[in-house]
Design a protein around this ligand. Sequence first.
Ligand SMILES: Nc1ncnc2c1ncn2[C@@H]1O[C@H](COP(=O)(O)OP(=O)(O)OP(=O)(O)O)[C@@H](O)[C@H]1O
Length: 246
Amino acid sequence: MDQPFIELIDIHKNFSGNHVLDGVNLSIEKGRVTCVIGKSGTGKSVLLKHIIGLMQPDSGQVCVDGMPTDQMDNIQKHRFHRQISYMFQDNALFDFLTVWENIALPLTEKKKIPMDQIRQRVKEKMEALEISKHENKYPAQLSGGIRKRVALARALITEPVAVLFDEPTSGLDPVRRNSVHAMITTYQKEFGFTAVIVSHDIPQIFTISQRVAMLDQGKIIYFGKSDGIFQTDNDIVKAFISGKEP
Ligand SMILES: Nc1ncnc2c1ncn2[C@@H]1O[C@H](COP(=O)(O)OP(=O)(O)OP(=O)(O)O)[C@@H](O)[C@H]1O
């Protein structure tokens, strides 16, 4: 196996008796796209939030480049968060900012980049995602699909080392869904970034990812190469990916 970038080791998370993560072990390899699949409500978003530190485990460890995040000092944590970007399921755009301002925000807020470079990078992302004509609109004036693309542009604007996507294509029509997938593939080829994608786009997601992890009842019950998932002997995985009850 390639060098792990992020490792989840025996993660447990319980919400008032709802044991959502029940000993999750998962290795996210550097430079690869890993998709996380599983039934609705099974804890995929909770798992992503543990990676980025928005949620803390009851027990277990999240390691980045071999270092447990709970042992990192503030500088190390800051460095990790600068390298990683997260696209929320609900897009989390700021209603009081325009499309342009929302996309530019990670650059204007975090990095000392000259304004002409910021303009150029925002322009390129808006063109790639076909949202240029919406640049002066506010999120409330946009359809769900356009909001999704604005959120995607914002997640990619810093050209991060790793991106966590929580259902990046939900609510998109099939053409737009394919273009989001194509964009993720292009970015991976261009920058070799590490991506974790929570997705219900089965089987399309297997063509843009190299690894698949399936979460079920608090555990990773399958982890392997995407092109091998259809040969699995695991009945729960087989039933899930073919859309049947196990
Ligand atoms: N902050 C929280 N407080 C209490 N319970 C929570 C919290 N966040 C998530 N949960 C619970 O954890 C469980 C898993 O939720 P999660 O959103 O991770 O599922 P999911 O697999 O991403 O679902 P979907 O595919 O429908 O998006 C749900 O039962 C949810 O209610």
